[in-house]
Design a binder for this molecule. Sequence first.
Ligand SMILES: Nc1nc2c(ncn2[C@@H]2O[C@H](COP(=O)(O)OP(=O)(O)OP(=O)(O)O)[C@@H](O)[C@H]2O)c(=O)[nH]1
Ligand SMILES: [Mg+2]
Length: 338
Amino acid sequence: MKLFQLWSAPGQAALSIWRLHATPQQVQAALGLAQLPACDCMRLQWLHDGAGVRFDQGLVGMFADRGGEVAELHLHGGHGVAAALRKTLTGKGWSEQAPTLAADEQALLDARSPAQARAAAQRLRYAGAYSDPDPDHARLRASRGWLEILGRRPRILIAGPPNAGKSTLFNAWLQQQRVTVSADPGTTRDSVEAPVRLGRGDWALDAVLVDSAGLWASGEALDRAAMATVELQRQQAWRVVWVFDAAQPPDPVARTALAAAGDHDLRLLNRTDLGQAWSPEEELGGSWRPCSLLQQPHTAAALEKELLEGLGPPPPTDLWLPLHEEERRAFGLLAGRG
Ligand SMILES: Nc1nc2c(ncn2[C@@H]2O[C@H](COP(=O)(O)OP(=O)(O)OP(=O)(O)O)[C@@H](O)[C@H]2O)c(=O)[nH]1
Ligand SMILES: [Mg+2]
């Protein structure tokens, strides 16, 4: 049976990588190649569909695999090329098969940021490198915060009482008018989430930012359902950015919610341009950042910086990284939200 597999991430990307389990002659015939695919080296060749029409130019080579010979194709990554290749090969009796990937290989394919890709690649490279007990555990301790989030997409929840400016912060962070902002309390009901990039360069991280409904003593069932969703979001969040209103002391529901805040959560006292009607430090404790999001839209960048600084130094690049909770527990490296 002639099989082909997609080895790059599904969807559109700059490149797609395919493996064809067949002989060089079968690959040449299937794709109308001018030359037989060469062994252990990639050559640029035109690929032709069943009607002899060129559909892409890419790198083609043959390699030895555990079970025999494998052709590897590095093609352009658009949907059109993938569709043309699939149609050409299935039209000639080939079958597509999903590759069997180890968990770390899958994590590398799924990585959406440089940091998450590096961590997955490091695990592949140094797999099995540890003996127990190992002095290298100590080197990982300073990067506990990173290890907690490199194996997943950390979620940052924006929460607080109604009208405090949560949606204003969400939009400022994304630098787009993504959600409705209005002077009517209770504008946001459903949680809205969007991908955000934290930091730059090699250790830039992919995260999810979540805007949420206001927390207050509402008699309406809809509001209470929305607040139950916020509580679920809070439990899943890596960090919460609490936004309270300087002009309006919060009601007991918002105060109670804040009691669940972790030490690394951020606290923002917004709308200080309207005057400060109460003191969060005195009434709620903790350290608060006074601000006016309307006048200081760069506050979001300062919050991003603070979140990243709280992570400590990035992990060493020459070690296998324990990213999953049970691994971090085994290494004595669990770092909770607290
Ligand atoms: N004066 C002043 N107004 C602000 C500031 N930040 C936001 N606002 C205004 O406050 C109102 C509420 O802002 P939102 O961002 O909708 O507040 P929210 O917390 O999302 O409110 P809900 O969705 O109702 O929970 C809007 O009219 C904003 O323009 C600020 O720094 N100063
Ligand atoms: Mg809102």
